[in-house]
Write a protein that binds this ligand. Structure first.
Ligand code: TRP
Length: 331
């Protein structure tokens, strides 16, 4: 079975963009691939989270992942820092990463611009750590969004460079996993093209029914179509895109027709949309609340994940150490 690796930084609650964009696909993938899904808590250190928040946020992601359908029996669900071999691997790989290429990474440049007072070495070498997450499990595939494509290219570059420097055929280059027609970009409710945490335009998996209704009713619209069968402006298309994700076919058709004959009432459409979003979110939210309370269960999941993830990680790092020229350690 081929191996898939994906990580997510624990920076807050998951929203519908995460759910429809990746998580729902992960749930399907866990049946067909050997999946390693982890919470990238080392990566989150670049922004200096408070130690108490770190644990809270790691648990949030774990419980929200499980509530959304990831099954710790089917996939390997773990916390990045539970595999400290990653840190040794990262140190070694940093020796073959060049400052110039790291400074040219688009995500790095953006983050450095946004936080000029905190351009730390961890931020600069973010791509090296990510490469290590992927290579340590010998991933065949990495599901990546547009914003992470360059990081995956660097992973391939570091794999190739390692092989070249040491004259080995050790790492193979992981491929981007394409969701194909399942790749869905969830729009923001503020009229923007993408739902994201930083933009405050999201519906979260933990939102109450009331929150959801309020947010959907506030979604940006326009003054309505004036000509039959006209093209939809982006803000209206966004509402339809949302409906396509959560509503019944007949509902969508009803509002499509209403758009086309100019009888559409956005208030009605939003009311319906809110109820259909609630149908998706409410059961997940209820599971999150149950799982979050059960700290014993979460500890068990993390331990089981660490045990599984540890197996290949230890082996990779041992082999890499030897390729670098170290002798095996004996305690
Ligand atoms: N950089 C990714 C993000 O911000 C998270 C991540 C860390 C990751 N390590 C990874 C994703 C390895 C895929 C594979 O979204």
């Amino acid at each position: 079975m081929q191996t898939v690796v994906s990580g997510i930084r624990p920076t807050g609650d998951l929203h519908l963009g995460n759910y429809f964009g990746a998580l729902r696909n992960f749930v399907k993938m866990q049946n067909d691939y050997n999946c390693y899904f982890f919470v990238a808590d080392y990566h989150s250190l670049t922004t200096h989270p408070h130690p108490d928040h770190l644990q809270v946020n790691v648990r949030k992601i774990l419980s929200q992942y499980i509530a959304a359908g990831l099954d710790p029996e089917k996939c390997t669900l773990y916390i990045q820092s539970d595999i400290p071999e990653t840190a040794e691997f990262y140190m070694l790989m940093n020796m073959n990463a060049y400052i110039g290429e790291l400074e040219r990474v688009v995500v790095f440049k953006e983050k450095a611009r946004q936080n000029p007072d905190n351009i730390n070495a961890g931020l600069l070498t973010y791509a090296v750590l990510m490469a290590c997450d992927i290579l340590i499990q010998k991933a065949d595939y990495v599901p990546v969004g547009k914003d992470q494509e360059q990081h995956l290219e660097m992973t391939c570059k570091y794999a190739r460079r390692f092989n070249n420097i040491y004259g080995v055929e050790y790492f193979k280059e992981p491929k981007a996993f394409s969701f194909g027609k399942d790749l869905i970009k969830v729009p923001g409710l503020d009229g923007s093209g993408k739902m994201g945490k930083s933009d405050n335009n999201g519906i979260y998996l933990i939102d109450s029914d009331k929150d959801i209704r309020k947010k959907v009713m506030k979604a940006v619209t326009d003054s309505g179509p004036t000509e039959p069968n006209s093209e939809k402006p982006q803000v209206i298309q966004n509402l339809f895109t949302f409906m396509n994700l959560v509503s019944e076919k007949s509902t969508i058709e009803h509002f499509e027709n209403a758009w086309n004959d100019c009888s559409i009432r956005y208030g009605d459409m939003k009311k319906q949309l809110a109820e259909d979003i609630i149908k998706t979110v409410a059961p997940i939210r209820e599971r999150i609340q149950e799982i979050e309370k059960d700290t014993d269960y979460l500890d068990k999941v993390a331990k089981m994940g660490a045990e599984k993830a540890h197996i290949r990680a230890t082996q990779t790092v041992q082999e890499v150490r030897q390729i670098f020229g170290f002798r095996p350690v004996h305690y």
